[in-house]
Design a protein around this ligand. Structure first.
Ligand code: G1P
Length: 313
């Protein structure tokens, strides 16, 4: 395997996983929310698989105290491997060794929880002067729409930074980064036929604000879960003052990127998410993810569907 270190293309990913998971207490008292199962795999494994498929070969988890379980999941387990091998349980052995096919993972601790922008800033030495992706593990993207792949293709074509956009109601927009946008026609930007993008999927961001009150929502588009960032963002995050909730907000760094000239790494584009997206950090969103993924599971789907159909709801 060729070893590449610095790169113009997007090869590195950052997965902030330091949050306390308060929306999911008491479950998350001892178990990291990222380790909650979606059928038989922890949610974070699906996110790592998505990153791998999008071509990232190096991932950095931003973790905190009580999160060692995440590292263990992506590590060898010699005793268990030996037991499964000697019991000829090869399918199970394959399932616990699957991590070897994913991007290489590393981790660093956030230390103090000063917000998402602060968490991403912890990646600065690891990522260096390279464009990189950020994947929020609470946002589970169904593989039917590889939005991260589309976002990387957009970055490679037009530069700058790229955020995933979700269509939301004004009430929902108050829980997200709310964006004012202008449509970008694919043809004029060399994006026609690129990564399955359709007309109406790509927007320029004109403004963004974190969790606005309802009367200040900027559009039906919210920035969620997946970001492809120019390394310029580290320079911005280093001196960014606290924003909403007294935390250093990643969204505020996007506003500065919007105001930064393109030749200095500025400019932010949005790509609309066309597939299903689940908020697995929320109890209802988590249950929806488990039911939908359970129904699609090759081994369990049929029986699970029979069971659900038989429920008198
Ligand atoms: C974070 C971001 C917000 C984004 C949301 C969903 O908020 O700050 O801009 O819209 O994730 O991806 P959180 O839900 O962590 O408060």
């Amino acid at each position: 395997m060729a070893i590449t270190l610095g790169s113009e293309s997007v090869r590195k990913g950052v997965i902030p996983a330091a949050g306390r998971g308060t929306r999911f207490l008491p479950m998350t008292k001892a178990v990291p929310k990222e380790m909650l199962p979606i059928v038989d795999r922890p949610a974070i494994e699906l996110v790592v698989e998505e990153a791998t498929k999008a071509g990232l070969d190096d991932l950095l988890f931003i973790t905190a105290t009580n999160k060692q379980m995440i590292e263990d999941h992506f590590d060898a387990a010699p005793e268990l491997e030996l037991a499964l091998r000697s019991g000829n349980k090869l399918e199970l052995l394959e399932s616990i060794e699957r991590y070897k096919q994913y991007s290489r993972v590393h981790s660093v601790r956030q230390g103090h929880p000063h917000g998402l922008g602060h968490a991403v800033f912890q990646a600065y030495r690891h990522v260096g002067d390279n464009p990189f992706a950020v994947l929020l593990p609470d946002d589970l993207m169904h593989p039917e729409d590889p939005v991260l792949e589309k976002m990387i293709a957009v970055r490679e074509q037009i530069g700058g930074s790229v955020v995933a956009l979700l269509e939301v109601t004004p009430e929902q927009a108050t829980a997200y980064g709310s964006a004012a946008v202008t449509n970008i026609p694919l043809a004029t930007n060399g994006l026609e036929g690129v990564a399955g993008l359709q007309e109406g999927d790509v927007f320029r961001l004109d403004r963004i604000v974190e969790k606005p009150p309802i009367e200040e929502v900027l559009s039906k588009y919210a920035s969620v879960g997946r970001f492809v960032l120019d390394p310029k963002v580290f320079e911005i995050l280093e001196t960014l003052p606290p924003g909403r909730g007294g935390e250093i907000q990643l969204t505020d760094s996007f506003q500065t990127l919007i105001e930064t000239p393109e030749e200095q790494g500025g400019g932010v584009t949005g790509v609309v998410i066309r597939g299903r997206r689940f908020d697995t950090g929320d109890k209802l969103g988590y249950l929806q993810a488990v039911v939908e993924m359970g129904l699609e599971d090759p081994a369990l789907g049929e029986k699970f569907r029979e069971f659900l159909t038989g429920l008198s709801l």
